[in-house]
Design a protein around this ligand. Structure first.
Ligand code: SF4
Length: 353
C-alpha cells in the first residue's frame, strides 16, 4: 500500500478511495469563468481541480478563486520556482512542479520548504513528451528512461527531507503508460497519479484512458486519476468515473443497454441517458438494464438487478428477474429511481453480485 498525502481534507493514497481530478481549461486570470468551471467540475464529482499558474497575475487570480470555491486546488507550475512559492502562499492545497525545469536544487529546496511550512504535497513526475533528452540517450528502453527521470525527481525531494510526494509517469501511449506505472509502483511507496497524457480527442482519449487507467487500477496501482481529453474537462470527470466503476474500484449505478436491432420498440440510447442522469446521484452497486424489447431482452438482462424492456407504449419493468409492472414511456426513469430507492431502503444494494 502507498503512503498517503492530504490535499485539503482529502486523502490520496494509503488505501483511500481513488480520487478523481481534472484541470481547468479557462484562463486562470479570468476569475469568473474559472470559478464557474471549477464549480461545474465539482458538481460533476471532481474532487480536486488543477489550474495553470504561469505568471504573477495568475497567482493574484488564484487568491480570489480560492476564496470562491470549496474544492481543493492544485497549482500547475513550470520553470519559475517563485510562482510555486507565491501559489503556496496564495493558499493552494497542492502544487505540481517539474524539478527538472525549475532549475538549481536550491530553488527546488525553497519550494519544498514553503510546501512543508504549509503542510501541502508536491506532485512530481515525468511525461514521455517532455522528458529530458539526457535520459533518452542514457537508456535504450524508453520506459526505463521515463521511470528513472521521475524517480530522480522523487529522490531530489526526499533528499531535502520532503516526503509529501505524489508521483506520475505519463505518456500519450497507453501501453507505455501501463508499463511505466507498473515499474514505478515497484520502486516507490508514494501515491501515484495516473493518466494518459495528451490522450487526444474524445473517442481516442476515452479508449486509451480506459485501457491504461482501467488496467492499472485493476492491478491495484494508482491513487488519483486524471483523464486527459482535448475539450470539455467535464467529460474527463464522467469518463474517469465510468472507468473506475467498470473495474469495480468505485460503487455506482451501472447502466447496461442493448445495442438495439430491428426488434427495438423504444429509443434505447435516449432512454438509457435519461435513466443514467436520473440515477446519477445514487451511491450503490446496482446494475440497471435498458433493453429495446422483451423478445430476447429478458434473457439478456438476466444479470441486472432492475431492468426495463421497451414496448410500443412504454416499458415493462423487472426487478430481481420478476416482472413488476408496465409504465408509460415518460414515467420510466422516475419509476426506476423509486424502485432503486426502495431497493436501497431494504439494504439490497448488491443483490446480484
Ligand atoms: S434486447 Fe431486443 S432490441 Fe435489444 S438487441 Fe436484443 S433483441 Fe434487439
Amino acid at each position: 500500500m502507498t503512503k498517503f498525502v492530504k490535499v485539503g481534507d482529502l486523502k490520496i493514497g494509503g488505501g483511500a478511495p481513488i480520487v478523481v481530478q481534472s484541470m481547468t481549461n479557462t484562463d486562470t486570470k479570468d476569475v469568473e469563468k474559472t470559478v464557474k468551471q471549477i464549480k461545474a467540475l465539482k458538481n460533476a464529482g471532481c474532487k480536486i481541480v488543477r489550474l495553470s499558474v504561469y505568471d504573477e497575475e495568475c497567482v493574484e487570480a488564484l487568491k480570489r478563486i480560492k476564496k470562491m470555491v470549496s474544492v481543493p486546488l492544485v497549482a500547475d507550475i513550470h520553470f519559475d520556482y517563485k510562482l510555486a512559492i507565491s501559489s503556496i502562499k496564495a493558499g493552494v492545497d497542492k502544487i505540481r512542479i517539474n524539478p527538472g525545469n525549475i532549475g538549481a536544487k536550491w530553488k527546488v529546496k525553497e519550494v519544498a520548504r514553503a510546501a512543508a511550512d504549509r503542510g501541502i504535497p508536491i506532485r512530481v513526475g515525468a511525461n514521455m513528451g517532455s522528458i529530458d533528452e539526457s535520459y533518452l540517450k542514457k537508456f535504450d528502453d524508453r520506459i526505463e528512461a521515463l521511470v528513472k527521470s521521475a524517480m530522480d525527481e522523487v529522490e531530489t525531494l526526499e533528499s531535502l527531507s520532503f516526503d509529501d510526494i505524489v508521483v506520475a509517469v505519463k505518456s500519450s501511449d497507453a501501453v507505455e503508460t501501463v508499463l511505466a506505472n507498473e515499474k514505478i509502483a515497484r520502486l516507490t511507496c508514494h501515491p501515484i497519479h495516473l493518466g494518459v497524457t495528451e490522450a487526444g480527442v474524445y473517442e481516442d482519449a476515452v479508449v486509451k484512458s480506459a485501457f491504461a487507467i482501467g488496467h492499472l487500477v485493476h492491478e491495484k496501482i494508482g491513487d488519483t486519476v486524471r483523464v486527459s481529453i482535448a475539450g470539455d474537462p467535464l467529460k474527463e470527470v464522467a469518463t474517469a468515473y465510468s472507468i473506475l466503476k467498470a473495474v469495480h474500484a468505485l460503487k455506482g449505478i451501472e447502466i447496461i443497454a442493448c445495442p438495439t436491432c430491428a426488434r427495438t420498440e423504444i429509443n434505447v440510447e435516449s432512454l438509457a441517458e435519461e435513466i443514467k442522469n436520473e440515477l446519477s446521484d445514487i451511491n450503490a452497486s446496482l446494475k440497471v438494464a435498458v433493453m429495446g424489447c422483451v423478445v430476447n431482452g429478458v434473457g439478456e438482462a438476466r444479470d441486472a438487478d432492475i431492468a426495463v424492456f421497451g414496448t410500443k407504449s412504454g416499458g415493462i419493468i423487472y426487478e430481481g428477474g420478476t416482472k413488476i409492472g408496465k409504465v408509460k414511456k415518460e414515467e420510466i426513469a422516475n419509476t426506476l429511481k423509486k424502485i432503486v430507492e426502495k431497493h436501497l431502503e431494504r439494504g439490497e444494494n448488491n443483490a446480484n453480485r
